[in-house]
Design a protein around this ligand. Structure first.
Ligand code: ZN
Ligand code: ZN
Ligand code: FE
Length: 747
């Protein structure tokens, strides 16, 4: 009997998505060998190309396994398989990367250290025992070390660290977990950490041991992380926390916490199964959850803590070595400046704040803060989108050309649309600050360079606000431009996430401030329409006077002076229980005289007014503080019925509501109940107002919709008819995505 060679088939596969820098090629290599297939795999600029040949059944199993067994950090967007010509390969190999078209392959976000690397780091016998920069193809830095695409070592900040022979052997071995792991290194050849305390300088293991001793002793240590420096201290020591607040000029804004592990997190905050899953997800974000114990000074007037798990090998090493089990881990910067990420800057900026600095020798390519999330009524929502998420694709847009959307000036993030893929940058910050504006410009250059889009060929989208720094920057670019109204962009951001461009919706945009069509300050708007047809404003909050304009955002009583101006027979607010300070009366005089007074429909300022009436009469020290204070106050109340908040002739009239609150305060009703009844009134008003337009989906966006109680009340009434942001923040961090979506459909 003659043996016949089994019949051979061949297949070409093209895989797109996050498939580079996540161990994808070694995975394909091992998978092909396991199925006795021959051929090759390579990184192309549009994804990963595979050619396989062998038994037809094996080819089928191989193709199925690509999706079901892909490395944890890979995100497959598409997998195309087509028959190919059999070329008679005799083995499977990994070929050199090719460069042909524009790079639209995605850079992976940074990844948390994997279990296998952690095991090696704690194994005395392993050659990377205790090495705090350990990584492999399944874990480690990506976006924060990439200098260009395609992702290869010479285009990362590891280019200056030549591999030793042992690392090189792993890097070259397709069967190894570190095959083509670009940041691969060991204590022999790679970067180390150096502790700088005054004139002293300690390296490597001793640096980590001394950092732990300093933290235990109550010191503040600046620690280099993935995308910037953190300021760390023992969260259980109110003296250290207080010292940090004083040195950082950060009076009341909550500090993020890093805990040893999930068990420590469970002791600190109430974690639903969904919240616990989010906490341990690949993105390793800060998760906001209700506090179970009170650590003095971490989050004044706030019942929540923001908690995260360690994600770098160094952070694990600190906890394993005996660091306090709960540490403050806050972005290292002087108040309101962007996070410090370059060593020279950190040494200069932080020397007055930190007692010592743990400086890592691996350079950071770009600053990326920790992300902030929580579990909303329909699942996880992102409140600050940065590490772990950026620069991931958030949506596909039907764009005919490359679009750069510059966002708003507060909580800025930008969106670049290339070949219909919307890449949303990390959170950049408030552009009124010089350093943040510099970071904004750097991020524009950075994203455009990475995806090789020439700026003059772009459609540049910006906010309609003529005085925004981002608007001025758009004008300076000399490219084709489009201005998009702020609140329409908010609404479009939700629809862009869902890729719903033709669906007609009622769009509700509530926030602190945005430039309106009539030049007044909007922030309580209802729209009707779709991304394609545009959004017509159909209702709004009754306009109030706002003495001082946007500057009033710092002083709740100043907003109150405007919102209470039209109330008849108002009692003396200088007297108890109100005790309004002089600023209120000064603002009232301004409003009456119409001096430096603007019109506003801002729900954010309505929150400030109600907070002032409930006792928040001091200036705020961080954005939306009074509104958050009011929300937490309301959450301490049992449910009570809503205040009357009527809609009259397309205008939501807050006067009966405010009059009732003043009366309730004078009668001695608890402020918690008042705060709750206000939230209930606002939720009720949204439901009522929208009912006039039938059963269309209701899209809610804008910073006010980060209010948990408000969302819960709305979700309870509207169910899945309520569409919210999830992938980008409902605050101004989501504006650039909405701008990009609107631009994609009109041009
Ligand atoms: Zn690893
Ligand atoms: Zn090495
Ligand atoms: Fe906004």
């Amino acid at each position: 009997m003659r043996l016949r060679a089994p019949p051979r088939d061949a297949q070409s596969l093209h895989v797109t998505g996050v498939v580079q820098g996540v161990g994808f090629r070694p995975f394909i290599y091992r998978l092909a060998r396991a199925h006795a297939l021959c051929g090759w795999v390579l990184n192309a600029e549009t994804g990963v190309e595979i050619h396989v040949e062998g038994d037809a059944g094996a080819l089928r199993h191989f193709t199925l396994a690509i999706e079901s067994e892909a490395p944890a950090a890979a995100r497959i967007a598409s997998l195309e398989a087509r028959p190919a010509k059999v070329e008679g390969f005799e083995e499977f190999e990994i070929r050199e990367s090719i460069r042909a078209e524009r790079p639209t392959v995605r850079v992976s976000p940074d990844l948390p250290v994997c279990r296998e690397c952690l095991e090696e780091m704690t194994d005395l016998a392993d050659r990377r025992f205790g090495y705090p920069y350990i990584n492999c193809t399944n874990c480690g830095p990506r976006y924060t070390i990439v200098l260009g695409l395609p992702y290869d070592r010479p285009k990362t900040t590891m280019r200056d660290w030549p591999m030793c022979n042992a690392c090189r052997a792993e890097y070259d071995d397709p069967a190894d977990r570190r095959f083509h792991a670009q940041p691969v290194a060991c204590a022999e050849c790679g970067p180390a950490f150096v502790l700088r305390a005054g004139a002293r300088c300690v390296r490597a293991g001793a640096a980590i041991a001394e950092t732990i001793a300093l933290l235990r002793g109550g010191s503040i240590v600046a620690i280099k992380g993935l995308g910037g420096y953190h300021l760390a201290c023992d969260a259980r020591r109110p003296d250290s926390v207080q010292k940090l607040r004083e040195r950082k000029y950060r009076k009341e804004r909550p500090f993020a916490l890093m805990v040893r592990d999930a068990a420590a997190a469970r002791q600190l905050v109430e974690l639903s199964p969904a919240a616990e899953k989010l906490l341990a997800s690949m993105e390793r974000p800060i998760v906001i959850a209700p506090a179970k114990i009170d650590l003095g000074g971490i989050a004044p007037d706030n019942h929540d803590y923001g908690v995260m798990l360690p994600y770098t090998p160094l952070q694990h090493a600190l906890f394993a070595g005996g660091s306090p089990d709960v540490m403050v881990m806050t972005s290292a910067n002087r108040s309101s400046e962007p996070i410090a990420y370059q060593d020279a800057d950190a040494l200069e900026q932080l020397s007055g704040i930190a007692d010592a600095l743990l400086v890592g020798e691996r350079e950071i390519a770009r600053r990326v803060d920790d992300s902030v999330t929580r579990v909303g009524p329909f699942g996880p929502i992102v409140l600050r989108r940065a590490r772990g998420y950026a620069p991931g694709v958030v949506a596909s847009l039907p764009a005919k050309r490359a679009i750069l959307a510059l966002g708003a000036d507060l909580k800025n993030a930008i969106t670049l649309v290339v070949d219909g893929q919307a890449f949303v940058s990390q959170h950049i910050g408030d552009l009124v600050h010089y350093a943040a504006f510099e970071a904004f410009k750097a991020t524009v250059r950075d994203l455009c360079a990475m995806y090789e889009v020439p700026i003059d060929g772009l459609l540049v989208v910006h906010d309609a606000h003529p005085e925004y720094a981002s608007t001025g920057f758009a004008l300076s670019l000399g490219a084709e431009r489009l201005a998009v109204q702020h609140h329409r962009a908010h609404v479009a951001s939700v629809l862009a996430e869902r890729e719903e461009f033709d669906t007609r919706v009622i769009g509700v945009a509530f926030d602190g401030t945005g430039y309106g069509d009539d030049g007044s300050i909007w922030g309580g708007e209802f729209f009707l329409g779709s991304v394609r047809e545009g959004f017509r404003r159909v209702m709004a909050l009754r306009a109030a006077a706002l003495p001082g304009g946007d500057a009033a955002a710092t002083f709740p009583v100043q907003a109150a002076a405007g919102f209470l101006a039209d109330l008849d027979g108002l009692s003396d607010l200088a007297a108890p229980p109100f005790d309004f300070p002089d600023r209120y009366f000064k603002a009232q005089r301004l409003a009456r005289a119409g001096v430096r007074t603007f019109k506003t429909t801002s729900v954010g300022r309505l929150f400030d007014t109600v907070a002032a009436l409930c006792g928040f009469t001091r200036p705020i020290t961080f954005e939306a503080q009074a509104a958050m204070w009011l929300e937490h106050l309301a959450e301490t109340s049992a449910p009570v019925s809503a205040y009357d908040f009527p809609m009259r002739e397309s205008v939501l009239d807050y006067r009966p509501l405010l009059a009732a609150i003043v009366e309730d305060r004078l009668r001695g009703r608890s402020v918690a109940e008042i705060a709750y009844a206000f939230h209930a009134a606002l939720a009720g008003a949204v439901v009522e107002a929208c009912s006039a337009f039938g059963r269309l989906p209701i899209v809610a966006s804008g910073g006010v919709f980060q209010n948990r109680l408000l969302l819960e009340l709305l979700a309870a009434r509207l169910g899945t008819r309520l569409w919210l942001n999830a992938k980008v923040p409902a605050n101004d961090g989501g504006v650039s995505l909405g701008q990009a979506a609107i631009a994609a459909l009109v041009r």
